[in-house]
Write a protein that binds this ligand. Structure first.
Ligand SMILES: [Mg+2]
Length: 383
């Protein structure tokens, strides 16, 4: 089998409501679909959700946009991969590294599509190519964006009514607001709801972050995510609180994961396929975390059903991914199982909803990523 073409298609989905987090420049719902065609008629799909403001600690990574992803995929990667075997993913990944440094979102989208093709060629779901499933469902953490206190309470309660058992609460702009909101959510939702406060590097330094965390009673806050910027401050927070600390902006690649383990800068790692540059590199991050005894989640930038399928296949197959994931419950219009829980978009470009049960999801059954693209919807939403 040979790759005959690689195309990058920008599209947007309508959002259920506006979502915001500390530092976010643009709204959710803007994607690039990558379509890889082959000489056998098998077609694979991948996706990028690039964010121009998302650049790791101290801006050490570059933000990507839909325009940069499209340019890198079509001008650098497509010529390097056309004619190659799509199922030899290690070789394709090395070829991508040879023609452009960085641009992990663009590379991830292409590598995702190659996994889709490989699975379709073998008649196997991607999670089996990754070693098989170590869990039946991935628990969904619903994101409560930066919004007024009462709106956040209503959003969280609606998600809980949909069966969601974990919440990621965006904060970091105003510590008083963050403490009051988490305290109110714990009082209303009870001891079984997992509450994770994501400050997106918003607290000024480790002393500020530790002062905020010291105000929580035992078991009031379950996890704190990326309270500060940089490994030194993250290590000081991790060493100074009994609340587990999750690294997100501080950990992109396997090298970052090694540095983080060495610095004891977190208790958990939030893995994104795109930060690492694809399923294989994200697997290396998960392996490092597993060896170091750190728990992981699989997070992202709220993908459409295409990117989310890759997230879920990955999370099903990695032993270290034991934390609820901040991922959507993907479904096309009229088929969403929830009113609010995991519902970020009013529609999707996939045909079938992801099976949802007890606050967790699986990918649709089928070879590769298991998804089917609704071409009419793609035509309507493409830009
Ligand atoms: Mg985060």
């Amino acid at each position: 089998m040979k790759i005959t073409g690689i195309e990058a298609i920008p599209f947007s989905l309508p959002v259920r409501r506006e979502f915001r987090w500390n530092g976010l420049l643009q709204g959710l719902g803007h994607f690039v679909l990558v379509r890889v065609t082959t000489d056998t008629g098998i077609t694979g799909y991948g996706e990028a959700v690039p964010l121009p403001d998302w650049g790791g600690d101290f801006g050490r990574r570059a933000g990507e946009t839909r325009e940069t992803v499209r340019t890198i995929v079509e001008s650098q990667i497509a010529p390097a991969l056309t004619g190659r075997d799509p199922c030899n993913i290690a070789e394709a990944a090395a070829a991508m590294e040879r023609v452009v440094v960085g641009h992990t979102y663009a590379k991830c989208a292409v590598e995702m599509a190659l996994h889709d093709i490989w699975g379709k060629a073998l008649g196997q779901p991607v999670y089996r190519l990754l070693g098989g499933e170590v869990r039946k469902r991935v628990q969904v953490a619903h994101m409560v964006g930066l919004m007024p206190h009462d709106d956040a309470i209503a959003e969280a309660e609606a998600a809980a009514a949909d069966g969601i058992r974990a919440l990621q609460i965006k904060g970091g702009e105003n510590a008083e607001r963050d403490v009051a909101l988490v305290r109110a959510l714990r009082a209303r939702l009870g001891p079984d709801m997992l509450l994770r406060l994501d400050a997106n590097q918003g607290y000024a330094n480790s002393k500020t972050a530790l002062a905020v965390l010291s105000r929580f009673a035992t078991d009031e806050l379950s996890f704190v995510e990326q309270p500060v910027c940089g490994l030194a401050h993250m290590a000081a927070v991790t060493g100074g609180t009994s609340i587990p600390v999750v690294a997100d902006e501080s950990c992109w690649t396997p090298r970052d994961a090694l540095d983080l383990v060495e610095a004891r800068a977190a208790d958990c790692i939030s893995i994104y396929l795109a930060k690492a540059g694809g399923l294989r590199a994200a697997g290396a991050v998960a392996a490092i975390a597993e060896a170091a005894g750190l728990a992981c989640d699989v997070n992202g930038s709220i993908e459409s059903g295409v990117g989310n399928a890759a997230n879920v296949h990955f999370a099903l197959s990695r032993p270290a991914v034991t934390l609820p994931a901040v991922i959507p419950v993907s479904a096309p219009k009229g088929k969403h199982p929830c009113r609010v829980g995991g519902a970020y978009f009013e529609d999707d470009i996939i045909v079938e909803a992801f099976p949802y049960e007890a606050g967790g999801i699986r990918p649709p059954e089928g070879p590769g990523l298991g998804i089917t693209i609704d071409e009419h919807k793609l035509a309507a939403f493409r830009q």
